[in-house]
Design a protein around this ligand. Structure first.
Ligand code: 4NP
Length: 155
């Protein structure tokens, strides 16, 4: 079993959406006994909270299930997970500052896997509603490519 952790700032918008998309896709592919994902935020603002209602809405609109409560990224996650996927460069910097050197090779940027465009997954928290749709599309195609990548490494 390989464990993937998606990480953003608040753990209520982008990373729980990524977790939901990933877990739904691996279930659909019938490989859920091999891969599981979770998510966390580098900030402590939303510990124990449900995902943002706009994230819940877009995930459900796309026929997927979401089940997560906010938690903060901790040093031990560097040990516990095989792949740590940051939504943006600031998240990546904070993750790398937190974890042990021997685990730093586990850290990637989500859009390293985006076949269309590299960069940050934009923070939609203060954005307009269309921004959640944009984030969903970015995550959906990036996670397809990410799943292909981890299958090529592990299957
Ligand atoms: P996320 O979005 O990092 O994608 O979950 C945010 C959620 C909350 C805040 C910032 C970004 N906030 O400042 O509370």
């Amino acid at each position: 079993m390989k464990k993937i952790l998606f990480v953003c700032l608040g753990n209520i918008c982008r990373s729980p959406m990524a977790e939901a998309i990933f877990n739904n896709k691996v279930r659909k592919l019938g490989i859920e006994s091999k891969y599981i994902s979770d998510s966390a935020g580098t900030a402590s603002y939303h510990i124990g909270e449900d995902p943002d209602s706009r994230t819940v809405e877009i995930v459900k609109k796309n026929g997927m299930k979401i089940d997560h409560l906010g938690k903060q990224f901790l040093k031990k996650h560097g040990e516990d997970f095989d792949y740590i996927i940051a939504m943006d460069a600031s998240n990546r910097k904070n993750i790398l500052n937190e974890i042990m050197g021997s685990n730093k090779h586990k850290v990637y940027l989500m859009r390293d896997f985006d076949p269309l465009e590299k960069g940050d997954v934009p923070d939609p928290y203060y954005g307009e509603e269309g921004e959640f749709d944009n984030v969903f599309k970015i995550l959906n195609r990036s996670i397809d490519a990410f799943i292909n990548h981890i299958r090529s490494e592990n299957d």
